[in-house]
Write a protein that binds this ligand. Structure first.
Ligand code: AHR
Length: 515
């Protein structure tokens, strides 16, 4: 038998520790080279006439027993205000490609009932129309992004909608708006000409769409203070031809080009993967697939740089988020899915990517705000709960309109499983409008915490203070029985001997102010 003397034991343990204790990841934030402003609209939302995304989830009508203001649920609006929603896109999506705005004005009981052909074939009462939408965004203190109908609509219909919303004249349409209860013009921050023109918006080629766009945009006139930023409907996923063709052909007639990318665990639309109860393989594949947003931003920006090196055009990711198999027993056309800690990490990883491209990416809209796909809020009749994604958005509020700060990440390890591999730590930093430096860190590894050393060259870091979002299970989520199962907790650390080190828990999102 081999015996080690006590002194040798200690030395052996020290040697073993130095072999196994990995060097901490180092995050060095350069405050001397501030980058672009992270437009608040990067934190935009999307509310489509789809499932209970609007009807039931947000809108209950003024006569409902559920407490509401002008028909909009007080509980949901209050929660959305608390997360500082800067912008809402409406009325679709594919729904916008068939929406006729005149169906949604005037006395609600006289509005035509249509069939929502895209989403579940249910009746669309048109109870929510232009005036109701602006009631909502004005209550939220958010800007409006209105999506025009290029599918079954026309240049005339869109031009009349713009006039109805934005004219301060005594024209018949402006007076009709006044008769319907709104004296002053509405503020339309963005207006898109069509949606997914390559698919549900009309199955077009980018060249055909570019011609149509040029024609329609010519007639969308609005007085300067009310003129929305115009958006051309772009490509999706790996297809950069739309960014290429549109940035070349529409340069002088658009403010930006949209882009859509959804995160699907399996990468296959037929069997996407479940929102809960998934294996670790689908944890890593989901995060790996969401990180593809980085390549999408790089490739689309590069295509646009060829024709617009001055970066006058924005790249607007006006649909993104997770898309899972619908929950069993729900209408497949309603796109209802649970939302777990994994979704919070997906959101945070995308924020970090968008910040790094803030010079080109000036607006995005997660799909969607309530009850649909990667939602902020889930409702059931008069009850509501906040999802982990809500908490990620709320934790990142300091980044709205903050100034991007470059950072260097060293010693970052890879989190790997069954041949898949992604960086363990993702980080972003910015100087917020309150003057403080904020740092957000994501640990993608569901098994291991990560030690991270934080420094600001040329400055003493004394402490970090903020919040962490994590949970015991990868698919931890909030339910009506346990609505607070996943929620942020305080997180702080102080420097020791002038050095600041934190431990980022496994599968977590951390946002701190650096002091
Ligand atoms: O967000 C759901 C749908 O996804 C939108 O209506 C459409 O634009 C996209 O395909």
């Amino acid at each position: 038998m081999n015996y080690l003397k006590p002194g040798v034991w200690a030395l052996s343990l020290l040697a073993a520790a130095s072999v196994f204790a990995a060097e901490p990841v180092s995050v060095s934030i350069d405050t001397s080279k501030p980058g672009p402003v992270i437009n608040k609209d990067i934190y935009g939302q999307f509310a489509e006439h789809l499932g209970s995304g609007i009807y039931g989830g947000l809108w209950v009508g003024p006569n409902s027993k559920i407490p509401n203001t002008k028909g909009w649920r007080n509980d949901v609006v209050g929660a959305l205000k608390a997360m500082h929603v800067p912008l809402v896109r409406w009325p679709g999506g594919c729904f916008a490609d068939e929406y006729h705005w005149k169906d949604g004005i005037g006395a609600r009981d006289k509005r035509p009932v249509k069939v929502n052909t895209n989403w579940g074939g249910v009746e669309e009462s048109n109870a929510v129309g232009t005036h109701e939408f602006f009631d909502l965004v004005e209550m939220l203190g958010a800007d409006a992004y209105v999506n025009g109908n290029l599918g079954t609509g026309s240049a005339q219909e869109m031009s009349e909608w713009i006039e109805y919303m934005t004219s301060d004249s005594k024209s018949t349409l402006a007076n009709l708006r006044r008769k319907n209860g709104r004296d002053k013009p509405f503020k339309v921050a963005y207006f898109a000409i069509g949606n997914e023109a390559w698919g549900c918006g009309g199955n077009m080629t980018p060249e055909h769409y570019a011609d149509l766009y040029r024609n329609v945009e010519t007639f969308l006139r609005a007085p300067a203070p009310y003129r929305p930023k115009m958006i051309a409907s772009g490509g999706n996923d790996n297809d950069v031809s739309w960014s290429d063709v549109l940035s070349k052909q529409l340069k002088r007639q658009t403010d930006g080009i949209s882009f859509h990318y959804y995160t699907i665990p399996t990468g296959k639309w037929e069997v996407k993967g479940a929102a809960t109860g998934f294996a670790e393989q689908e944890w890593i594949s989901t995060l790996a697939n969401t990180l593809r947003m980085e390549q999408h931003m790089q490739r689309n920006s590069a295509a646009m740089d060829k024709h617009d090196p001055e970066k006058k055009l924005g790249l607007f990711v006006d649909e993104w988020g997770t898309w899972y198999d619908v929950e069993k027993g729900t209408n497949a056309g309603f796109l209802f899915q649970q939302n777990t800690l994994r979704d919070a990490l997906v959101a945070a990883l995308n924020f970090n990517i968008f910040h790094a491209h803030a010079d080109r990416v000036r607006m995005t809209n997660i799909a969607q705000m309530v009850n649909v796909l990667q939602a902020m809020i889930i409702t059931d009749k008069d009850k509501m709960l906040l999802t982990p994604t809500y908490h990620a958005f709320e934790m990142y509020v300091p980044f709205q309109n903050a100034t991007f700060l470059p950072l260097t990440l060293s010693n970052n390890r890879e989190y790997a499983l069954d041949g898949a591999s992604i960086p363990e730590i993702s980080a972003t930093a910015a100087r917020a409008t309150d003057g403080k430096v904020y740092l957000a860190l994501v640990n993608t590894n569901p098994r291991q915490p990560a030690d991270v050393a934080i420094s600001l060259p040329g400055q003493q870091v004394q402490a970090v203070r903020g919040r962490v979002l994590t949970a015991a299970a990868m698919d931890a989520h909030n339910t009506f029985a346990a609505p607070q199962a996943v929620k942020p907790a305080p997180f702080s650390a102080k420097a020791v001997d002038g050095k600041l080190s934190v431990q980022i828990p496994a599968k977590s999102v951390v946002v701190v102010a650096v002091e």
